[in-house]
Ligand binder design. Structure first.
Ligand code: AQP
Length: 334
């Protein structure tokens, strides 16, 4: 069977969006609009796998939508919506819970990282998260999924679920979606610890550049970013054991749309006294206009809610067709 070239991607409204979400995901969503039919979702049902204050959840949902719009996603030509408005996500996720195997889910490293020593006490939803993610993607028979490096394992599980469904029920019903993991910053690390991923749940605000940070905050965080006393090398490979320096060079490359090696062609031999101000200037130049645009959208909640509703209506139409077929295939009377 041939499938439409369709992109699905989502971001959890589980806190303030950061540079990792931007460089690893949102920035890369934009050019895909030229080549694919794109569905960009605010995955609020994933957010509640850990506690969310209901008042803040609604605001964070609008913030993700505002970031999509400010980055340049065209909500008329493509689709922007929040997941909980389309019931098909939950319906298909249940069917996938019955397709996925316990052993597959138990291998997911993100669950192990997030649950830590507290595995008996976290929500069942956190454990089942990858099955809902598979439903998000396959409900639209999406063929491509742009994600950061951290989501690679979940994407592989999505393919396993699709393959098992096809094998158990009907050959070639679901596509096996391809991850798109490209660019210089597929895994942006904390500015304070090069071994840790930059993340919404990080407690030190100095470790994370937020998309709504103002120019002073961006410059201050880059100035205070942890580094080492050595100058930058001429070759990117020589940064292998200098994680914090490698992270800053990768961030520069991703912001400037050049390769990390090209950054070192320019700054190799320089110390951080020269490189950090250059990075701060570039980050402000790239992030400040988007920040302004996000705030403009956030000032008009009704407009964002309308965009989400319109997107959900269009997403629901696609989802309805898939769910009708899935129910027939599984043997549910509908
Ligand atoms: N540090 C990162 N570098 C590159 N890409 C990243 N992404 C997240 N962090 C980085 C990518 O952003 C997209 C949306 O992720 P998400 O918000 O749905 O979930 P997450 O990966 O769990 O993000 P966080 O910030 O770490 O959230 P919390 O702390 O709430 O769990 C994905 O494509 C992801 O790869």
């Amino acid at each position: 069977m041939s499938f439409t070239n369709r992109v699905f991607a989502g971001i959890k409204p589980s806190g303030d969006l950061h540079l990792g979400n931007y460089l690893g995901a949102i920035k890369r969503f934009v050019p895909l609009q030229e080549t694919h039919e794109c569905i960009y979702c605010v995955v609020d049902m994933h957010a509640i796998t850990v506690w969310q204050d209901p008042k803040i959840l609604a605001q964070s949902t609008r913030e993700v939508a505002a970031a999509y719009l400010a980055a340049g996603i065209d909500a008329k030509k493509h689709i922007i919506f929040n997941q909980s408005q389309v019931a098909g996500h939950a319906e298909l996720a249940w069917i996938f819970n019955c397709v996925a195997r316990m052993g597959w889910m138990q291998r997911m490293t993100q669950f192990k990282d997030k649950a830590g020593k507290n595995a008996q006490n976290v929500s069942l939803g956190l454990f089942a998260y990858p099955s809902l993610m598979a439903a998000d993607i396959l409900l639209y028979k999406a063929t491509h999924v742009p994600v950061g490096e951290d989501q690679k394992q979940h994407l592989e599980l999505t393919r396993d679920i699709a393959a098992k469904f096809n094998n158990d029920f009907e050959k070639d019903f679901f596509p096996l979606p391809e991850p798109i993991i490209t660019g210089a910053a597929t895994r942006v690390m904390s500015l304070r610890d090069g071994t840790k991923k930059m993340s919404k749940s990080e407690s030190s605000s100095l470790a994370t550049i937020y998309m709504l940070d103002d120019e002073d905050a961006i410059a201050k965080k880059i100035k205070k970013a942890r580094t080492d006393p050595e100058p930058l090398p001429q070759n990117f490979d020589d940064l292998e054991n200098r994680l914090e320096a490698k992270n800053l060079v990768s961030i520069y490359a991703a912001l400037a749309d050049i390769s990390p090696q090209e950054v070192l062609n320019q700054y190799g031999g320089e110390g951080f006294g020269v490189f950090k101000p250059a990075l701060a200037q570039l980050a402000v130049e790239k992030l400040a206009p988007m920040n302004k645009e996000m705030r403009r959208y956030l000032d008009d909640k009704a407009q964002i809610d309308e965009i989400l509703k319109d997107g959900a209506n269009r997403a629901r139409e696609i989802a309805k067709t898939t769910m009708k077929q899935v129910k027939d295939i599984v043997g549910f009377i509908s």
